[in-house]
Each structure stands twice: as structure tokens, then as C-alpha cells.
Ligand binder design. Structure first.
Ligand code: NDP
Length: 301
């Protein structure tokens, strides 16, 4: 069984920032990354990371991970199946293999929420998508709808408008809550039309999506549906260990990225931090690594 000072679970911005700092502290560091670069790699452009005026999401994910590796963190691209605490060490299982660590930094991020309506599962990848950046090019000159009223919906509509003939945004309330810059962009784009107080009840088609049924029973013809209704935290492994979660199942951390379990820290979108932003996740990752270093100095040196 290999033993590490710190195991960082999650290969997104928060996890990579944490791993890079741990490596700089000369901690023997192992990072687990199921999706190398994390969810930011599914974002088109990042224009709000201070100091970097403009970078694509995939490039940002890659550069963060490279920075961690070049600083000395080892990486394993498998999925962690269990975290236990045995005496003063954490045991991380990946299938039938185990790794031990003195500290854990948990930065597992989020996964896309699903609508839960009839037809959504059946037409997944047959017209239903959760990633505009990944799939927009398949909808050239088509008519699509983004479902959701947040920042992701606005950003996705912008990306889709570069490829599609027409992009609707279907918003269940009578307002959107996107960042003003992104809201302005969609409102200025002649291809984008926002339909408020509109909810999808069923997604229909034969071999691929052809239309949806709205809450008032009307049929709305569409070639594609991009679901952008927020995310759920990937907190299950932490919850199983006994880490306290809030009612949205996010890992509760304090300002120093500590959880209720000594030596176990949280960082990034999986935590209860109010704003899910790359810069905030990176900051939490750095805080977690400093705290992990302190903890190791006090308890193991
Ligand atoms: P949000 O939670 O902000 O918005 C979700 C939207 O989807 C809301 O309009 C919500 O409606 C709607 N919605 C939720 N469930 C349903 C449903 N079942 N049917 C129809 N509509 C539904 O999610 P986002 O993904 O937009 O953003 C999440 C966070 O990520 C935000 O903090 C955002 O700022 C951030 N973000 C950061 C980016 C970056 O760092 N560059 C990029 C994109 C997002 P209602 O208002 O009725 O609840």
C-alpha cells in the first residue's frame, strides 16, 4: 500500500491548485482525476479569471493540471470508490487497490442536474445534451433550446448561436439570473429568443428529438435540447465518511477549507461556498493545502 502525505481527490481547478501547492510544500502528493481538468474543460471561454484575460475552458483545465504535475504531484486517472479513516490515516480505495494518506483534500466538483422529464434519458445524445461546448457543432443550422435561466444557460445560448439557425432559452420563471455581461450578449443576439414562464414536460421524437411538450400541452418543434439547470455536488464519498453536508449535499467547510473531520479538507464547487467560480475553488484549494501542511507538521513530524 502506497502512503502519501496528501491525497487530492479531483482534477479540476480546485484540486490542481491544491496539488500544486502541496507539492511546493514538499508533501508527497497524489491527485486523483476522473475528468482531467475538471468541469471547466466543458466551458467555452473563461474571461473572468483574474490575470488571465481570455482562455478556453479545455486549455485552462490542462494548464492547471500540468502545473500541479510539473511541480511534483503524482496523478492517477482512476475513480476513487471509497474513503475510510483508520487510526490517524485515510485509506483511499480504487477498485481493489488502496492508498493511504495523512490528509485528504476533497475537490470532486459537481455533475449536471437532470430535468427528470419523460424522454430525457431516452434521447440523451440523440438531441438531448448537457454540454453546449461539446455538442454545439452537431446542430449546425438547426433549431435548439437551452433550458434554464442561470449563467450557464446564457453562456450556452451564446455558444449555440454561433452554429444554430435559432436558439430559444426556456426559462421557468419570468426572469433570468445570468451575469449582466452574458445577459447583454444574448439579448443583443438576433438568433436568441428567451421564452419566460415556459416549462418542458416531455421530450419527444422517433430516433432523435423532434419536439417537446410544454406545460400548457402545446407542441414545440426542436432539433436539440441543452439542459443547463445547475449542478449537484459530488459529495457522496465524503458523506459516507461522515463529513458534514448541508441540505444541498455540499461539503461544509470553514474559511480555512476545514471540514468537521481533522485532516480532511474541502475545496471548489463541491463545497458550500456560495459562488461556484474557478478563482474561488483555486483559493479554497490553496487554503486546504496550507492547512494540510500545518496539520502534518503538528501531528506527524
Ligand atoms: P444556477 O443554479 O445559477 O441556475 C439554474 C437555472 O436553471 C435557474 O434559472 C433555475 O430556475 C433553472 N432550473 C433549475 N431546475 C430547473 C428545472 N427542473 N426546470 C427548468 N429550469 C430549472 O445554475 P448555473 O449552472 O447557471 O450556474 C451555477 C453557478 O455556476 C452560478 O454560481 C454561476 O455563476 C456559476 N457559473 C460560473 C461560470 C464561470 O466560472 N465562468 C460559468 C457558468 C456558471 P429558478 O431560477 O426557477 O431556480
Amino acid at each position: 500500500m502506497s502512503e502519501f502525505d496528501t491525497i487530492v481527490i479531483g482534477g479540476g481547478v480546485a484540486g490542481a491548485a491544491a496539488a500544486m501547492y502541496c507539492a511546493r510544500f514538499n508533501l508527497k502528493t497524489l491527485g486523483f482525476a476522473t475528468l482531467p481538468g475538471g468541469l471547466i474543460t466543458t466551458t467555452h471561454l473563461v474571461e473572468n479569471y483574474p490575470g488571465i484575460k481570455k482562455i478556453t475552458g479545455p486549455a485552462m483545465g490542462q494548464v492547471f493540471l500540468e502545473h500541479a504535475m510539473e511541480t511534483g504531484a503524482e496523478y492517477n486517472f482512476s475513480t476513487v470508490s471509497k474513503i475510510e479513516k483508520k487510526h490517524d490515516l485515510f485509506v483511499i480505495s480504487v477498485g481493489d487497490k488502496s492508498f493511504t494518506a495523512r490528509t485528504v483534500i476533497y475537490a470532486t466538483g459537481t455533475k449536471h442536474k437532470h430535468l427528470g422529464v419523460k424522454g430525457e434519458e431516452e434521447f440523451k445524445n440523440k438531441g438531448v445534451s448537457y454540454c453546449a461546448l461539446c455538442d454545439a457543432a452537431f446542430f449546425k443550422e438547426k433549431t435548439v433550446a437551452v433550458i434554464g435561466g442561470g449563467d450557464t444557460a446564457a453562456i450556452d445560448a451564446n455558444i449555440l448561436a454561433q452554429h444554430c439557425k435559432k436558439v430559444y432559452i426556456l426559462v421557468r420563471k419570468d426572469f433570468m439570473r445570468a451575469e449582466p455581461t452574458n445577459q447583454d450578449r444574448i439579448e443583443r443576439d438576433p438568433k436568441v429568443e428567451i421564452k419566460y414562464l415556459t416549462e418542458v414536460q416531455e421530450i419527444c421524437g422517433t430516433d432523435k428529438v423532434s419536439h417537446v411538450i410544454l406545460q400548457d400541452g402545446t407542441q414545440f418543434d426542436l432539433d436539440g435540447i441543452f439542459v443547463a439547470i445547475g449542478w449537484n455536488s459530488n459529495s457522496q464519498l465524503a458523506g459516507d465518511l461522515g463529513v458534514k453536508l448541508n441540505d444541498r449535499k455540499e461539503v461544509i467547510i470553514n474559511r480555512e477549507s476545514e471540514t468537521n473531520i481533522a485532516g480532511f479538507y474541502g475545496a471548489g464547487d463541491v463545497t458550500d461556498a456560495k459562488f461556484k467560480q474557478a478563482i474561488i475553488g483555486a483559493g479554497e484549494g490553496v487554503y486546504a493545502s496550507v492547512m494540510a501542511y500545518d496539520y502534518i507538521q503538528k501531528h506527524f513530524r
